[in-house]
Write a protein that binds this ligand. Sequence first.
Ligand SMILES: [Fe+2]
Ligand SMILES: [Fe+2]
Length: 281
Amino acid sequence: MNAQLIAAYRQAFLEPQRGLQRLYEMAKRDQWNVDSQPWAALDLRRLPLSLREALSGLCCQLHYGEVASMLAAARCVEQASDSAVRMFAATQVIDEARHVEWFTRLIQLLDAGPPSGIHDSVANLIDSIYGSATLDELCLGMQLMVEGLAQTVFQEAAHVLRTLSPRGGSDFADPVGGPLLLADWLQNGIARDESRHIAFGVLHLGQRMRQLSRVQIDALQRKVEYWGQLLLAIPQADEPHFATLGLDSQILAARCVSDLNLHLRQAGLDVQIAAAPLSQT
Ligand SMILES: [Fe+2]
Ligand SMILES: [Fe+2]
């Protein structure tokens, strides 16, 4: 018999860890369908091309992260040694597949030309994390750092989209309210899923921290420092797009670092990312 399959089969009968089980139940309860959103009501061609290009460019970077998250979650399903971890990761695979589908549709609706290339700064971070040698590194990088970065960008992007509503005060105000609809979907659909993925990362990594050796923990902490620098390079590299969207890249980076440091503390990691110094403008 296949040793990996028989081990997974036996583990499925063990009592799951309560926190992981709770997240798994929430994931089942909160499934949603991209098709059930009223896409026909979303006419984004009313927005100026410069704004659509900036939104599309940002969505392409996020899309790349969603694809990587889906593949990383699938690796976790296959390689995790705990049944509850495997079961939750399986729900994350379908969540991320839905996010990939959502961003593909949105980029097509923005109609701002062919999908843009992936920025070096984004690829540097995601490719390094995706190449992790261990599941612990992969969990740290994807669940805390990439998910955390995406979550912060989603929250900020939703805020910007709300300013595009008729009463939002933007010069680009859309009388039909398409951006407002988009902000609601972003926050109530995708961002809610990502919160659950981050919670899983914090919980699982926190449990692993009690099992790892000092040498293994030190290696994880060095990864945080390295990936933290790569992460901080992203808002700086994409500053023109952020500026077009009305996003302040320095504020975005500071919020990212603050959220990430909180999650690192919650997971029991004794390392923090230093915020980038504010440039004098
Ligand atoms: Fe996602
Ligand atoms: Fe996610």
